[in-house]
Design a protein around this ligand. Structure first.
Ligand code: OGA
Ligand code: NI
Length: 345
């Protein structure tokens, strides 16, 4: 695999290293969305999604209606891309000003991740973030037949699913079903292709360091290798999310935590690697317009339950976070905790 070799940049502090034995997660909710396709059972599903978002911030969906062939074609394009010779990947390398494309130097909390990545916005208009600081221009790789078409098809399927989930979340909070839709008119959604090569020291490094997803919702496809760990809320233990065929993993992101005024919480997660087998995953990060001011929804704020966050601008937050992930900094990167109000002060 071009480029990654084990050096100290990848080494996690002892307290963040994976333990030698993994706890397989039991109890992560698996939600069957097929009643939606039949057009009934919406209230019961919304209740399930609400409970999962509250208790885990993480759940698995099956019966989601995304055709297996659509997923298979996208996964095949992903494998073909990462199998390109180094020059093919270098040709579509991202830069600080143009954040889409290939790179192998992402840092999470200032420790380098054991992975290589390709970011793209398959069907979206180019959205300039925060006064044009970031330009969302796709870089399409040469020599991967059908790459663009299969990812556009995947993107369309993900968007349908994302809006269904958004509606279920709105319903679960007793909001109008389309209450959150308006934030996504000029989306900053993107798809990331992740490749985690076999790692010689899986006890020291992580594929992605512990983090919470900053956006609204993440819809994650993972292959059958396994390695995604979520921090269980009940006891703080890291548990492995077992791959379920034909499923997607849904994470509640920081934006839903803020909009819901802490009724739902975005879950901390990370990726463990292994020395034997490469792993592929494909998250769809469903993100609102860059001009969105993010704050607790007024329907969920009252005198007894005052707003727990100050408003912040999504585009600024996102571009600051992206730049800090691009290189090692001496400071902690931006977190929603920085906007938390000190209540009762
Ligand atoms: C991420 C992430 C999980 C995975 O890219 O934000 O958490 O399984 N990925 O690759
Ligand atoms: Ni994540």
């Amino acid at each position: 695999m071009g480029g990654l070799s084990m050096n100290e940049a990848f080494v996690q502090a002892p307290e963040h290293r994976p333990k030698p034995t993994v706890v397989e997660a039991s109890g992560i909710p698996v939600i069957d969305l097929s009643p939606l396709l039949a057009g009934d059972g919406v209230d019961a599903l919304a209740a399930e999604v609400g409970a999962a978002s509250r208790d885990w911030g993480f759940f698995v969906v099956v019966g989601h209606g995304v055709p297996a062939e659509t997923v298979a074609r996208a996964a095949e394009a992903q494998r073909a891309f990462f199998a390109l010779p180094a020059e093919g990947k270098e040709a579509v390398r991202r830069s600080e000003a143009e954040p889409l494309g290939y790179y192998a130097s992402e840092h999470t909390k200032n420790v380098r991740d054991w992975k290589e990545v390709f970011d793209l916005v398959p069907r979206k208009p180019h959205v300039a973030l925060a006064d044009g600081q970031l330009v969302f221009d796709n870089k399409w790789p040469q020599d991967v037949p059908g790459f663009r078409e299969s990812l556009e098809e995947y993107d369309a399927a993900m968007e349908d699913l994302a809006f269904k989930l958004l509606e279920l979340i709105a319903r679960s909070l007793n909001l109008r079903p389309d209450r959150l839709h308006g934030f996504f008119k000029d989306q900053t959604t993107f798809i990331r292709l992740n490749h985690y090569p076999p790692c010689p020291s899986p006890d020291l490094a992580l594929g992605v360091g512990r983090h919470k997803d900053a956006g609204a919702l993440t819809i994650l496809y993972q292959d059958d290798t396994g390695g995604l760990d979520v921090r269980r809320r009940s006891d703080g233990e890291w548990v492995r999310v077992k791959p379920v065929p034909n499923s997607f993993i849904i994470n509640v992101g920081d934006l839903i935590q803020v909009w819901s005024n802490d009724r739902y919480e975005s879950a901390e997660h990370r990726v463990s690697v292994n020395s034997a087998k490469e792993r592929f995953s494909m998250p769809y990060f469903f993100n609102p317009a860059s001009y969105t001011m993010v704050e607790p929804l007024e329907e969920l704020v009252s005198e007894e339950n005052p707003a727990r966050y100050d408003a912040y601008n999504w585009g600024e937050f996102f571009s600051t976070r992206k730049n800090s992930n691009f290189k090692k900094l001496d400071v902690e990167n931006v977190q929603i905790a920085h906007f938390r109000k000190s209540l009762g002060a």
